[in-house]
Design a binder for this molecule. Structure first.
Ligand SMILES: Cc1cc2nc3c(=O)[nH]c(=O)nc-3n(C[C@H](O)[C@H](O)[C@H](O)COP(=O)(O)OP(=O)(O)OC[C@H]3O[C@@H](n4cnc5c(N)ncnc54)[C@H](O)[C@@H]3O)c2cc1C
Length: 345
């Protein structure tokens, strides 16, 4: 099985083959198709368990936000490289004291001439050790909360940035990112100064459409079903459990496609993206649990082509713990659905 470290190479190969940036205009390296089309293709990538973290961060999430909010100069500078698979981004939002309450972030950007000088500490920065550029949420006005945040981008090898990795239960790595006097040109702001909050929320809307994960879950259900048939263990209880999960997976796919369609149409999609994300995250845990449970001991095998279902039962089980945390916790998704979807206070 390919590891997450291969995501850069896979991203490069996808870019060379023209599979990145499908929803972007042709002149920016895209194909002028819809986000919904890209989402359908991402589901297929996911079914084949491609290591997609570079693709998902760079095109699906951050690239989408830069296309929507970036200045024409920034868009022209960054999107073609992302579409070619040459430019990999990571996302520096969370801090030790600002996760669910992202509006409390304290990484500060001080304006000096036409440069921001950034000081702070980000945590849980996925793929920062692999990325070329970082998409940062910074405080540009210390006197207000949400209206004092901006988004800015810079190369990860800019002087003053230090990235430290640590291993995760899911088998890969996450990073802490330290910023100490990092000089970033004002031209690298995404959107307006102090207008970052809405951009962060839109960025998360893009991130929360997770059809690629659902594709991976479908593969696991197919593989467990096939393995149980092969070993004569597919009894009625197992069949019913797999069938119920397939039904829930289908409902979750429709939510993802609906959310992608809303993003295409420019409709307020936060609640639908949150529903898609929440249902996918819960399914990760339910399907990881079922796969390990139904396969028994062989479901605990490490990832390898020889192991039962290539060791993907245990891989999903372990990775699924973080699924209800990454991209905003399950409780945060419920708050978004309640407030933005149902208008509750
Ligand atoms: C695998 C993984 C990858 C990640 N990748 C990135 C990344 O690339 N970039 C990045 O910036 N961040 C990343 N994160 C961080 C992630 O966004 C945060 O972990 C998440 O937003 C939660 O923040 P926290 O860890 O500070 O927990 P906290 O916000 O401290 O939450 C702790 C608990 O309290 C609950 N809680 C908090 N507030 C409320 C509330 N108002 N109502 C009800 N319950 C509440 C939460 O649901 C949670 O259960 C990643 C996390 C994981 C697990």
């Amino acid at each position: 099985m390919l590891s997450d470290g291969d995501s850069v190479a896979v991203n490069r190969a996808l870019g060379e083959a023209g599979w990145i940036g499908m929803s972007w205009p042709v002149e920016l390296g895209g194909r002028g198709l819809s986000r919904l089309t890209a989402t359908l293709v991402e589901e297929v990538f996911g079914y084949h368990w491609l290591p997609l973290s570079s693709y998902l961060l760079s095109y699906k999430t951050i690239g989408a936000a830069i296309e929507r909010f970036g200045s024409p100069a920034l868009v022209e500078r960054l999107l073609p490289g992302i579409a070619r698979g040459e430019l990999v981004f990571c996302q520096g939002f969370s801090e030790p004291g600002a996760g669910s309450d992202l509006g409390s972030l304290t990484t500060r950007a001080e304006l000096r001439g036409d440069t921001y000088v950034v000081y702070g500490h980000k945590i849980w920065t996925s793929s920062a050790q692999l990325a070329d550029w970082i998409y940062l949420a910074v405080r540009t006005d210390p006197d207000t909360k949400h209206r004092g945040i901006s988004v800015i981008v810079c190369p990860v090898d800019t002087q003053g940035i230090e990235v430290r990795t640590f291993p995760t239960l899911g088998g890969g790595y996450l990073c802490e990112t330290f910023l100490d006097g990092v000089e970033i040109p004002v031209a690298n702001l995404v959107g307006e100064v102090n207008g970052g909050w809405d951009i962060l929320m839109h960025t998360l809307d893009f991130e929360r459409v997770t059809a690629e994960k659902l594709g991976g879950f479908a593969w696991v259900l197919d593989a467990v079903d096939a393995r149980l048939r092969e070993t004569d263990r597919l009894d009625r209880v197992a069949s019913e459990r797999i069938a119920r999960l397939r039904g829930e997976l289908h409902a979750s796919r429709l939510l993802s496609f609906r959310a992608a369609d809303m993003l295409d149409s420019g409709l307020p999609g936060s609640a639908t993206s949150a529903m898609a994300k929440l249902s996918g995250a819960r399914l990760a845990q339910a399907i990881g649990d079922a796969a390990v449970d139904l396969l028994g001991l062989e479901g605990l095998g490490d990832a390898s082509p020889e192991a039962a279902i290539q060791g993907r039962a245990a891989a999903l089980y372990r990775a699924s713990v973080g699924s209800t945390i990454a991209g905003g916790t399950a409780e945060v998704q419920q708050l978004v659905i309640a407030r933005r979807g149902l208008g509750l206070r």
